[in-house]
Design a binder for this molecule. Structure first.
Ligand SMILES: *Cc1c(COP(=O)(O)O)cnc(C)c1O
Length: 485
């Protein structure tokens, strides 16, 4: 018998089906459009600075906001609170050993804290770090240690409209060239990111990971896996990689782990809680990283996490082995992507994990990158529907050393679908508002910085519209809807 079965609909019109029911709910607000304009400008047109109370659909991120299960919540009540040697910590350590087969675990308060620790332990000035694609916090930590990121993706990774099933793959040819060019002494590790975040939550294949790992091993370079978005990547390996169609999630997880030296993750994503950590079987690596944990995070048996969260991660990791848990996110996202595509709206394909990504470069072709099309689209969509997305384009890049803009390869507005949080009717509402905005895209204008921090400017930077385009958008909305909701 197959370990998963497709659920068929008598009508023939299939839609994603939730294998859970909702037992705790939170009231939402949908502000009138006049108030949405005020809110977004109060936030400097930066969706990071919006208030939750002003937001109808919070699609900013999947970080720390995935729905927790009844078993996770109940486990939180039996957490064993102690500074050192808590049973709660041991349960997590054992669960990670069971799933990844790794011997050692170092806890940290979230994903970037793991990056801070291994960047400090491994990178010296002038090093280069090959990876499939960078993540914002990873690149910042590598840069702070004097290292440089080299992205060894295939060209299709940046093709917005593609049917490539594994856009997160690393090019083994380019890895070999990089090693030949820089030499192993300047490459402290290679990094593979599961569910490659910034190119649209796109997975790598297990075949590709194995090939990359073989090269790393032959050259004695450690391979570090960023497993923050592993759950989505596991799902895609199972449904897109023929060889693994009939292999269980648990077995796939183990095979991924067996083809890496060090695994780190943000438990704000993986495990549906809040926290993070580093797993390895390599004793030398463990010793190298270990001393930094009490210094920056907390003692070795909590690493800055609350014991309640640690319990929740343990249960969440086990639940991640359930196909009918990890399929929910990618299937909702696929539904949204398919519906937007049907309407001719530019969206990243194939559908990935984490969220649906609108291609702002094609959505707003009249805006130059110097006016931040993805940021402008984020502001416009909040005005159109109280929907809060995240700019993943030039605003999310850092300026060059000479102060000039570093234009991003892609200008994306990411609409995250925190797992098991939204209903299909809410997704349909988002599709409706995006469709309206697309039909009125000519009205959307650009943004300019009014306050620009030097590091990770996308978090707290403030911007303003370059013209009165927002007023025009509001007038059109009211003309079309006859109302302000
Ligand atoms: C979120 C994320 C991180 C950072 O994790 P935090 O817990 O937010 O610090 C690192 N890598 C990837 C791929 C992520 O998605």
């Amino acid at each position: 018998m197959k370990d998963i079965q497709e659920i068929k609909f008598y009508s023939g019109e299939a839609c994603p089906l939730e294998m859970h029911k909702v037992r705790i709910v939170q009231r939402l607000n949908l502000l009138p459009i006049e108030d949405r304009v005020k809110a977004v400008n109060g936030a400097g047109n930066n969706t990071f600075l919006l208030q939750n109370k002003d937001t109808y659909l919070d699609m900013l991120t999947d970080s720390g906001v995935n729905a927790m299960s009844d078993l996770q919540l109940s486990a939180m009540m039996v957490a064993d609170d102690s500074y050192a040697g808590s049973a709660t910590y041991e349960r997590l350590e054992e669960k990670l050993t069971e799933l990844f087969g790794t011997k050692y675990f170092l806890p940290a308060h979230q994903g970037r804290a793991c990056e801070h620790i291994f960047a400090k332990a491994y990178i010296k000035d002038g090093d280069v770090i090959p990876m499939n694609y960078h993540f914002t916090t990873t690149k910042a930590h590598i840069g702070l240690q004097g290292g440089k990121v080299l992205e060894l993706y295939y060209p299709e990774a940046l093709e917005v409209d593609s049917d490539h099933p594994f856009k997160g793959n690393m090019s083994p040819e380019r890895l070999l060239e990089t090693i030949a060019e820089y030499g192993v002494d300047r490459i402290p590790f290679v990094r593979m990111e599961a569910g490659t975040n910034l190119i649209g939550g796109q997975p790598f294949s297990l075949a590709n990971l194995k090939e990359v790992y073989a090269i790393c091993k032959a050259n004695k370079i450690p391979l570090i896996l960023d497993a923050s978005l592993l759950a989505d990547n596991l799902y895609f390996i199972k449904v897109r990689e023929a060889e693994y169609r009939d292999v269980g999630i648990r077995e796939i997880t183990r095979e991924v782990a067996d083809n890496t030296d060090i695994i780190y993750f943000s438990a704000r994503k993986l495990g549906h809680a809040r926290g993070g950590g580093i797993c390895t079987s390599d004793h030398d690596a463990y010793m190298r990283l270990r001393d930094l944990v009490p210094l920056f995070e907390g003692f070795l048996t909590y690493g800055g996490m609350s014991v309640r969260e640690i319990e929740a991660i343990t249960v969440g990791m086990e639940e991640t082995m359930d196909y009918y848990m990890i399929n929910q996110g990618p299937e909702f996202i696929k539904y949204m992507v398919d519906e937007l595509k049907k309407r001719g709206i530019p969206v990243i394909t194939p559908a990935g994990g984490l969220g649906c990504h609108l291609d702002a470069m094609r959505f707003l072709p009249h805006l130059p990158q110097s006016e931040y099309p993805a940021g402008a689209l984020g502001s416009a969509l909040f005005i159109a529907g109280g929907i809060r997305g995240m700019e993943r384009g030039t605003i999310s890049e850092e300026r060059e050393a000479d102060g000039s803009e570093h234009y991003s390869n892609m200008e994306l507005l990411r609409l995250a679908l925190p797992r098991r949080v939204f209903t299909l009717s809410q997704v349909n509402y988002a599709i409706d508002r995006i469709t309206w905005l697309y039909e009125n895209r000519d009205l959307v204008g650009g943004l300019k910085f009014t306050e620009e921090p030097k590091v990770l400017r996308f978090f707290v930077g403030r911007l303003a519209p370059v013209s009165d385009w927002q007023e025009k958008l509001v007038a059109k909305f009211k003309a079309d809807f006859g109302e302000s909701l």
